[in-house]
Design a protein around this ligand. Structure first.
Ligand code: HEM
Ligand code: HEM
Length: 178
């Protein structure tokens, strides 16, 4: 199927959203950690602009993905519906939650900092919070903690996928591939 998942398989749309967003989000994590830890010179301030614009692009795709997901069947984990299957499902929910919290908290914190934002210098991005130092601090703290949690959740998610592929030898990874 091109658009809709079935109870046992992911559609092309589901796969493209999964892998496209995976690439975008992993890049965003790398970018964010670089911004947090490197000494950024004035000449490199455009990197913040890129992180923000790619983050907003990701937010658009994530909202599309959540809407699409709510309107489509979802394959259940393969094999027995045991503790591992339940953990996998909870982890997917956590990943969806973090995928929304990260760009939204970044957008709110950046709005509160008062710096103008643009979507790749194409059009300005509206501020979605008033200029305020306390709001900026709280939402950057949320962005930071959600980022660390996302890294942890992803390590578990990837370990689970690889364990099922290489150790259990089931079709979990193959059915998400093209
Ligand atoms: C930022 C990176 C990633 C995010 C946010 C992410 C998120 C998700 C989510 C939310 C689902 C559940 C899909 C649904 O049922 O609606 C899923 C499924 C899946 N992901 Fe990822 N993923 C990422 C990266 C990866 C990577 C790198 C791998 C492989 C090593 C992978 C392998 C899989 C597989 C195999 C499934 C299907 C699980 C099943 O059919 O039970 N994911 N992913
Ligand atoms: C998928 C989306 C996003 C991911 C995965 C992500 C991830 C991260 C991570 C891991 C960090 C480093 C930790 C930290 O210092 O907070 C970071 C920093 C940052 N993010 Fe994001 N981010 C996303 C979207 C956004 C958006 C949409 C904005 C603003 C519009 C934004 C603004 C920032 C800023 C300004 C920093 C630097 C904070 C500092 O210097 O301490 N992020 N991001």
């Amino acid at each position: 199927m091109i658009w809709k998942n079935t109870d046992t398989s992911y559609s092309l749309m589901g796969k493209m959203l999964h892998w496209g967003l995976a690439a975008l989000i992993i890049t965003q994590i790398g970018f964010g950690l670089y911004l947090e830890n490197a000494k950024i010179s004035i000449a490199d301030l455009y990197l913040y602009g890129w992180h923000k614009a790619f983050g907003i692009l990701a937010l658009g795709l994530i909202i599309l993905r959540v809407i699409w997901r709510l309107g489509s069947a979802t394959p259940q984990p393969l094999g027995p519906q045991n503790a591992q299957a339940k953990i996998a499902i909870s982890l997917h929910r956590l990943l969806y939650g973090l995928m929304l919290v990260l760009p939204l908290s970044g957008w709110i914190a950046s709005s509160a900092s008062g710096f103008p934002m643009s979507f790749f210098s194409w059009f300005p991005l509206p501020a979605i919070a008033p200029v305020s130092e306390p709001i900026e601090d709280v939402f950057f703290a949320i962005h930071d903690i959600a980022g660390k949690l996302l890294i942890l959740a992803l390590l578990l998610h990837i370990a689970g996928a690889l364990q099922r592929h290489f150790i259990k030898g089931d079709a979990t990874l193959r059915r998400m591939w093209f």
